[in-house]
Write a protein that binds this ligand. Structure first.
Ligand code: FAD
Length: 387
């Protein structure tokens, strides 16, 4: 009989992990606390580091191929006066350079495609099952769910998101901290927008203490907007879907140009979530212990300024596939395999976490830093934001 992986969390990370385990020849069981897989969320950007993996997993064919968009370029503008700061060619240019495309996708569409692929590959999915506790005993991992069930597996991956409860089975370092940033998201049908606001590009406006990103979704029919401002929000900090008013967002914008205000005014509704994160992963021990590994936001929550949150979760899953494909406790111990996973991932994800945090500072810069940013981008295009 094959080894069995227990996966906690049915977000993009958990579903990718379950699919990866099946592709490695393991059995996979996935436990998601929600009764149904949520439609909540909006756009996600996927760089070639991620689309290469999705293509290998045959996910860029079929339904998802019609939903993703390959924007031709990314344009960066100063949100105070609208001046263009830099342009990065995406489309064919990036696909040729990296051998895989740059795509945008609705989170729910990617989640549905991963769910279908994981199920077709034979993953047993348990919606409405919240993981409560995990224990390691000898060569098994025991999981207790809220339904009082005790489940055993050969290894467990906690992909239970930024508020991960199971993280404590690997590392005890307290909860995530608020970043002081609020992310508002809006979605509009392009046909309902004034012609000047419709776009097939990724556009980023950078202004003091805020930025706005727009890009097309769902075959280009929709325009996604994410506006990040600095502030606080009462209510449950874990909620991804706070109701938010346009007036509330407009009041937080500060001195921005008409282009930014028009786009904020054009979105029919805004929802918001309060951004939380952790310091970058400090060692491999913070990603795996014995037969339990952390994956995605549970391991390394990302600020959204490098658009790599979902990407790092999918990269984690691909590495998991590699290590599990040779692990069976007879040739390579499962604990050794998960240790390898952590060793091969921690520096990469820590670097991307650090770069995402740094980009937040650059995006929202004021005073001399803002002037230095704009001068650097005039010379080097968007490279400043990538490194
Ligand atoms: P998550 O996407 O957070 O998934 C974690 C999953 O684990 C959730 O389904 C959660 O219900 C489940 N879970 C948590 N605790 C338990 C438990 N104890 N037992 C069982 N299941 C549990 N990113 C964007 O860039 N744009 C968006 O619009 C956006 N919207 C989002 C909406 C929602 C509802 C969520 C949960 C996340 C959203 N994200 C969004 C974040 C993005 O999906 C993640 O940053 C990234 O994909 C990494 O995903 P993850 O699987 O590690 O974590």
């Amino acid at each position: 009989m094959s080894e069995e992986l227990l996966v906690i969390g049915g977000g993009i990370g958990g579903l990718a992990a379950a699919l990866a385990a099946r592709r490695a020849g393991w059995e996979a069981r996935l436990f998601e606390q929600a009764e149904t897989f949520s439609e909540v969320g909006a756009g996600i950007q996927l760089g070639p580091n991620v689309t290469r993996i999705l293509r290998e997993w045959e996910l860029l064919q079929g339904g998802l191929a019609r939903q993703v968009v390959a924007p031709p370029r990314l344009r960066v503008r100063d949100g105070s006066d609208g001046d263009e700061l830099g342009v990065l060619e995406l489309g064919d240019t990036i696909a040729r350079r990296y051998g895989a495309p740059y795509l945008t996708v609705h989170r729910a569409d990617l989640q549905s495609a991963l769910l279908a692929a994981a199920q077709e590959a034979g993953t047993r999915i348990h919606p409405g099952s919240r993981a409560e506790a995990v224990e390691q005993a000898g060569k098994v991992v025991q999981l207790r769910t809220t339904r009082g069930k005790l489940v055993e597996g050969d290894a467990l991956v906690a992909a239970d998101g930024v508020w991960s409860q199971l993280r404590a089975a690997v590392v005890t370092d307290g909860g995530p901290q608020p970043t002081g940033h609020l992310a508002y998201r809006g979605l509009a049908r392009q046909q309902d927008l004034p012609a000047a606001l419709r776009s097939d590009e990724v556009t980023v406006w950078l202004a003091p203490r805020m930025h706005l990103v727009t890009y097309p979704l769902r075959g280009g029919e929709w325009l996604n907007a994410v506006c990040v401002v600095q502030g606080t929000q009462p209510g449950d900090p874990r909620d991804w879907d706070h109701a938010a008013s346009q007036a509330q967002l407009e009041a937080s914008l500060g001195p921005v140009c008409g282009e930014v205000r028009e786009r904020v005014a054009a979105m029919p509704t805004w929802r918001l979530w309060v951004l939380h994160d952790r310091p970058p992963v400090a060692s491999p021990e913070a990603m795996a212990r014995g037969r339990v590994a952390l994956l995605g936001d549970a391991a390394h929550p990302m600020r959204p300024y490098l658009a790599q949150g979902a990407g790092m979760a999918i990269e984690d899953a691909r590495e998991l596939q590699r290590v599990l494909s040779v692990a069976d406790d007879r040739t390579v111990e499962v604990t050794t395999a998960l240790r390898r996973y952590a060793l091969n991932r921690w520096e990469r994800v820590a670097r991307v976490q650090g770069r995402s945090q740094r980009n937040g500072t650059i995006f929202h810069a004021t005073g001399p830093l803002r002037m230095a940013r704009n001068a650097a981008m005039a010379v080097g295009g968007t490279r400043l934001l990538d490194q």
